[in-house]
Design a protein around this ligand. Structure first.
Ligand code: HEM
Length: 367
């Protein structure tokens, strides 16, 4: 196991504990990057002004530069620092924070779920993006298209994609842009109207960041829902707990986004360690959550944990603006799945190949 393959290992947590015991911030010679594993180091890296979300010399990955996927990528708040992050964020963050959980519940409940692995996967992957698309004003039929395009688009966010997947991501970006241009011509939701009213930038930046809301939702929500189902499968007694309380501990204990990265823009000292301009830091969010300096008895799964602290939604300037929405969507979805009497023990599962996501995919036994 190494700090990247750990994300999809069946139990990476003893390994993370070892990394923390060695040093909170240490250089990994094979991976040629720094690894931040302690809560203190993770917090310091994410707060540091010289730790950026993209390398200065490659704001857009070479593999997608020049195409529409690259155009969108280059404008995302997630992939920028400075004004290109703050401007879209200041329009979107306050509006996401005040969304009504009852509206989210109703949107999730309106979707059909079949009582098999396919139904569970659909609820995990397609459901959340359909909810976000509906909140932005798309009709249910359009929302399904947006979800399919998003599933193609997210391929441009990972270096694991092949040329065919990258071509599909570029085509999806083009189509998503078209769908959002039409939607913005006649905004059909309070959320979109409010975001637009607050937004001070150009239309292309707005469109890219609306696509970004869908792409950020896609895998992370699926992972949180899936990891909650796995927790229930391991500990059936948890079924008696409130779904909200259960999700709050799952997101800390077994987070869907295990790590993120930062790129050092100027030589500096972080958590007592000197790093140089051009260095890369792998930030182990999932390890920081298990640091005893952050949470008492961190290796125990405590649904009613007091003073729970977590890096699962990031920290600092890029902290997830969709956290409340994600928790509402995941909660409503888990409740729906459990309401369908699906026998979780009769499902096989494996983690989707990923460098940072811990996202189970289910299949029927014998399938
Ligand atoms: C369980 C679900 C989710 C998890 C675990 C999650 C986690 C994260 C994390 C860790 C980051 C920070 C990445 C970094 O600093 O490198 C982030 C950023 C972000 N998330 Fe989420 N997220 C989730 C759902 C959502 C949803 C539903 C939305 C929107 C509808 C969303 C929108 C965003 C955006 C726009 C950013 C970039 C913010 C910025 O760079 O300023 N996320 N998310």
């Amino acid at each position: 196991m190494d700090p990247i393959s750990a994300a999809t290992h069946v139990d990476p947590y003893p390994y993370y504990a070892q990394l923390r015991a060695d040093s909170g911030l240490t250089f990994h010679p094979e991976l040629k990057l720094w690894v931040a594993s302690s809560a203190q180091a993770v917090c310091a890296v994410l707060a540091h002004a010289d730790c950026r979300v993209r390398p200065a010399q490659e704001p857009v990955p070479k593999a997608i530069a020049g195409g529409m996927a690259g155009e969108v990528f280059g404008q995302l708040m997630r992939m920028n620092d400075g004004a290109r992050q703050r401007c879209p964020r200041s329009a979107i963050e306050p509006e996401l924070a005040v969304l009504d959980p009852d509206v989210v519940n109703a949107l999730v409940a309106a979707r059909l779920i079949t009582a098999d692995a396919h139904g569970v996967n659909q609820a995990m992957f397609a459901g959340p993006v359909c909810v976000v698309a509906a909140l932005l004003g798309f009709t249910p039929a359009q929302a399904r298209v947006i979800n399919e395009l998003t599933a193609d688009f997210v391929a441009c966010l990972t270096p694991l994609s092949n040329d065919l997947q990258l071509a599909a991501a570029a085509a999806a970006a083009e189509q998503l842009r078209g769908e959002f241009i039409e939607l913005l011509a006649e905004p059909a939701s309070d959320l979109l109207s409010a975001i637009r009213q607050r937004f001070a930038g150009d239309e292309e930046t707005l469109i890219a960041n609306l696509i970004g809301l869908c792409s950020q939702t896609f895998e992370a929500c699926a992972g949180l829902i899936g990891n909650t189902l796995l927790a229930l499968r391991r500990q059936p007694a948890l079924r008696g707990e409130s779904v909200e309380a259960l999700l709050s501990e799952v997101q800390r204990f077994d987070p869907p986004v295990q790590n993120t990265r930062r790129f050092v823009a100027a030589s500096c000292e972080i958590a007592g360690v000197r790093v140089e301009a051009g260095d890369v830091i792998l930030v182990l969010l999932a390890s920081a959550n298990r640091d005893p300096a952050l949470n008492e008895r961190p290796e125990q799964f405590l649904v009613n944990r007091e003073n729970r602290r977590s890096f699962s939604f990031g920290s600092g300037r890029h902290q997830c603006p969709g956290q409340a929405l994600a928790m509402s969507i995941a909660g409503a979805t888990v409740r729906e799945i459990l309401g369908h009497e699906i026998d979780l023990n009769r499902l096989n599962w494996h983690y989707r190949p990923s460098l940072n996501g811990r996202i189970p995919v289910f299949s029927d036994m014998g399938a």
